[in-house]
Design a protein around this ligand. Structure first.
Ligand code: ADP
Length: 191
């Protein structure tokens, strides 16, 4: 199995690139953000609990994030491998991940970090705000808050994978296809 964590701040293009990677390498895309938004639409008990946190730009609890990733994995037992987008977002989630994946006889192969200049991130997020109906993308203040939480809580998760020798970073400022080529080069080095 090939299991890749696509890592980066909000607006770094994880969602766009995840889709391209899963198509090319025949993997399953697991986005905890998408899964949580589905739970909110379906009004599951987890969705109801998550909604206020997410709308305000906060993270859901580690327990909630772990519950949602387990559900997603259970739904795709026959996959060739996964692209994880939005998980792990805390060091605790990263530490729990081997145990979560053990049930499937697999582990994370590689974290690929998409590095984007902060001014470009902000520009992209403000543009996304105009086009989309995500409440957490609508207000500038919430966008800044999410970037701050990312820098405080999530950016350090890369150190966990660096220490395991499972970390690569690519520059993600340019065009979608150029960034995708760089990601493929990294994947092929490991695969
Ligand atoms: P973005 O790509 O803009 O970072 P996502 O769609 O990945 O946003 O996630 C949206 C929201 O869902 C996050 O801001 C957070 O509130 C919640 N969320 C998603 N994954 C996790 C996680 N692993 N841990 C905690 N909260 C999460």
């Amino acid at each position: 199995m090939l299991n890749i964590i696509l890592f980066g701040p909000p607006g770094s293009g994880k969602g766009t690139q995840s889709k391209k990677i899963t198509e090319k390498y025949n993997l399953v895309h697991i986005s905890t953000g998408d899964a949580l938004r589905n739970a909110i639409i379906k009004k599951t008990s987890l969705g109801i609990e998550a909604q206020k946190l997410i709308d305000d730009g906060n993270y859901v609890t580690d327990e909630m994030a772990i519950e949602i990733i387990k559900e997603e994995l259970d739904n795709h037992e026959c996959a060739n491998g996964f692209v994880f987008d939005g998980f792990p977002r805390t060091t605790f989630q990263a530490e729990q991940f081997p145990e979560i994946l053990f049930k499937f006889g697999t582990n994370v192969n590689l974290m690929i970090s998409i590095v984007v200049d902060e001014n470009i991130l902000i520009e992209r997020l403000l543009n996304r705000a105009k086009e989309c109906d995500r409440p957490d993308d609508r207000e500038e203040e919430i966008i800044y808050k999410r970037l701050e939480i990312y820098n405080e809580t999530t950016a350090c998760v890369k150190d966990y994978y660096k220490s395991l020798g499972k970390y690569e970073s690519i520059e993600g400022n340019g065009e979608i296809d150029g960034i995708f080529d760089k990601i493929c080069t990294v994947i092929e080095k490991y695969n």
